[in-house]
Design a protein around this ligand. Structure first.
Ligand code: EPZ
Length: 420
């Protein structure tokens, strides 16, 4: 078992590369199984546990994979198993994209219900509503989604809630449906656009991704292609916040500044300096920033996935900050951990009220989920003295080489193996 040991209080200086986007990659890998001809070569894949998990799942379906550090070649012409029921399927969220992908290509599938971060109730009713509207029969049997269709026929679907997962999943299935599907009230996150671009490179016909309405004209088959995943908005946001919190000057490379606008705007409001230059962004901060109010919202609003890292910064920002978490009902599990380090936070339902303290003090804390883990690392980097972050398997699910990247910026952080 590993933990991160951090001696806080160092300013951060230097430059690091941001990896490919986790939430795009974990949808693009399942989408690749829709190719009935040729192989998919996918580049800029982040080297994280969620990706490794999906690579194992694809292999279990019969795909042949050639895996390199940041790229993968997928031959899905030889799929011979439509029953995704391994431990890997159960433990991650994005395995639910296998439902849309297998339904689209084979018109049937059996996929165990997904796991993922414990951040609130995570229903898939909107996914099912979309599949049924396309003509599929869906049953939940013994913990699996069992789905089949004689034909998938394009239709109009208006989602009741804006959902990243439902938008992508139904877009996958509709790509191989007969006729035109119109999806309304869809999510607009950068990874939605990236998955649509990937499917279009495979021969799909998808228009409007990134707006409220997506129009998909079904095609008969999809084939392999070469593709590079977009940079990770959330990883970049996390390092921006860490730089703002510790003080110093940090350059992030391989990013798309437009995707970071809501985060940049808040950091500027707090007193940090941000400079965009092509595919890089520079964050300069004195480390003494002022508190702000935040409401998490679907893109282009402030991302819920950056809320937890941001709350670590707000614990030492002057005055009172109020966070309203509008996407997930229990995404404040990191608060008790931050309190162990001296933070002054009160949670009332979906609101956290943070009164800035002078500094945090190092403690033994745990990563309760992926982004909570990032928050605890940032807290450890700010704090006076030593912090140990336990349960870092959550962090490894989404942040490649986190300790190496922070070390490259001058932080005192190391990974240590230990037994319970
Ligand atoms: C994706 O989860 C991300 N995961 C999450 O990132 C992210 O927090 C979330 O989108 C919001 O941006 C992946 O991409 C793998 P949703 P997803 O469907 O698709 C409700 C991270 O840290 N809803 O957009 O599961 C739901 O309860 C992870 O990287 C329904 O009611 O999220 C929530 O309140 C954590 N019915 C809201 O919609 C449904 O059928 C948004 O969920 C689906 C969702």
């Amino acid at each position: 078992m590993d933990k991160l040991v951090i001696n806080g209080g160092k300013s951060l200086f230097g430059s690091i590369e941001i990896n490919g986007a986790k939430n795009a990659a974990v949808a693009i890998l399942p989408a690749a199984i829709m190719a009935s001809k040729n192989t998919c070569s996918i580049d800029n894949i982040p080297n994280i546990e969620d990706v490794h998990c999906l690579e194992r799942i694809l292999t279990s379906l019969g795909c042949k994979l050639k895996i390199n550090k940041n790229s993968v070649e997928i031959d899905s012409t030889c799929i011979d198993n439509l029953n995704a029921n391994t431990e890997d399927v159960r433990k991650m969220r994005a395995s639910y994209y296998l439902i849309g992908a297998l339904l689209g290509r084979f018109k049937k599938a059996r996929v165990e219900l997904p796991g993922g971060c414990p951040i609130g109730v995570r229903p898939i009713d909107q996914h099912i509503k979309g599949f049924e509207a396309l003509g599929a029969q869906v049953e939940i049997k013994h913990g699996s989604v069992v789905i089949s269709a004689d034909r998938l026929i394009g239709t109009n679907i208006f989602f009741d809630v804006v959902s990243v997962g439902a938008t992508i999943n139904v877009m996958l299935a509709a790509s191989l449906a007969e006729g035109v599907t119109t999806l309304e009230n869809v999510a607009k996150e950068p990874h939605i656009v990236d998955v649509a671009n990937f499917l279009n490179s495979m021969g799909a016909s998808i228009k409007g991704a990134g707006t409220d309405i997506i129009r998909i004209t079904g095609v008969k088959e999809l084939k392999g292609c070469s593709y590079s995943v977009i940079p990770d908005q959330i990883e970049a946001g996390t390092y921006m916040i860490a730089a703002a919190a510790c003080g110093g000057e940090v350059v992030l490379q391989n990013i798309i500044p437009k995707h970071l606008e809501s985060i940049s705007a808040k950091l500027i409001e707090m007193g940090a300096e941000i400079k965009e230059d092509g595919d890089s962004i520079t964050i300069k901060s004195s480390g003494k920033l002022k508190g702000v109010n935040i409401k998490t919202q679907p893109y282009p609003g402030f991302p819920t996935d950056v809320q937890q890292p941001m709350s670590a910064l707000l614990t030492v920002s002057s005055g009172r900050s109020i966070i309203n978490e509008s996407i997930w009902e229990s995404r404040f599990k990191h608060v008790d951990e931050l309190k162990k380090m001296g933070a002054n936070i009160k949670v009332e339902g979906r609101t956290a009220i943070i009164d800035g303290v002078k500094n945090l003090s190092g403690a033994v804390v745990k990563a309760t989920d992926l982004r909570a883990g990032a928050a605890m690392v940032i807290a450890g980097l700010i704090a006076e003295g030593a912090t140990e972050v336990l349960s870092i398997e959550h962090i490894d699910r989404g942040y490649p080489n986190i300790e190496d990247k922070f070390k490259a910026l001058g932080a005192d952080i190391k990974r240590v193996s230990y037994s319970k």
